[in-house]
Design a protein around this ligand. Sequence first.
Ligand SMILES: O=C(O)C(=O)C[C@]1(C(=O)O)C=C[C@@H](O)C=C1
Length: 283
Amino acid sequence: MKSVIIQGIKGSFHHEAVTRFFKQEQVEIVDSPTFNSLVRQVVDKKVDLGMMAIENSIAGSILPNYSLMTKNKLYIGGEIALPIKHNLLVLKGQKLEDITEVRTHPMALLQCENFLDKHESWQRLAMDDTATCARNIQEKQMYGVASIGSKLAAQMYDLEILAQDIHDVYDNYTRFYLVGTQPMLVKDFNKATLFFYTDHKQGRLSKVLEILANHELNLTKIQSVPLSGTVFQYSFHVNVVLTNNNYDLYYKALEKLKEVTQYLNVLGEYMEDKRPTYKDMNQ
Ligand SMILES: O=C(O)C(=O)C[C@]1(C(=O)O)C=C[C@@H](O)C=C1
C-alpha cells in the first residue's frame, strides 16, 4: 500500500484531498505538522508521496509551497480541486457569546474574514492545521475557544457546529498537488506544470506566452516566484491545459520554449481535475 503524507492530521482538508484523489485505492495516510516536514519526509523517502495545498480560490497562492517544490526537486503526479466549506466548531453547549478565541490554519482564517470581522473581540490564532485545532479543543476541553474546519473534523472530534459555511464566498476551492521525488508518468495526461526563468530581457515573457498560445495550450495559471539568489527577479510556474490532447503541439512548444528561456523544467504532466460542484460531492 502506498503511503501519502499530508499537512495536518486526519479530519483536515488535506485528508479529504487524499481520500478524493485515491477514491477506492487504499493508501496509508501519514500526518505531518508543517509543509516543510511534509516535503522533508518525501525527499528522505520516509513516505511514497505527499499531498500539498498550493492555492485557494479566496486567499490565493500558498507561495512558500511553490519554492518548496522546486528547491526540493519534487514532481507533480496529479491535482485535486477540493470544495472547502468552513464551519465554526466548539465544545457541545457553547454559544457564540462564550467564544473569546478562534484557532485554525492561517489559510482558513483568510477565507473567513467577513465572518470573523463580525466578531472583532475574538482573538485569532494561526495554528498548524484545522483538524489539530478541533482535536485540541476536545482533548483539552477548551471552553471559550472555537476552531474553523470541516464537517468531518466536527464528527471525528465530537464537536458542535455553531455556524456553518462561514467562508467569504460560497464557491470556495483549494487546489492540491500530489508530489513525489520522481517524474510520474500519467497516461493520457491533459495538463502540465512548467517551471522556467528567462534572462530578464524586455519581451521574454511575452515570447513564452506567445509560444503557448500558438501551440493551442490554454494557460490556466501563471505564478511568479522570487528567483533564489537574486533581488527582484522572478521564476514562473505555468499551468497549461492541452487542447484535444494534442501531444505533437505540446512537445513542439516545449522545444520552442527551450530557445527563449534560460532554464525550463516540466514539473508534472497529469490529469486536470475538473472542479466538482458541492452537489457532486454530496455535501
Ligand atoms: O488545515 C487544514 O485542514 C488543511 O488541510 C490546510 C489548508 C491549506 O493549507 O490551505 C487546506 C485547505 C484549506 O484551504 C485550509 C487549510
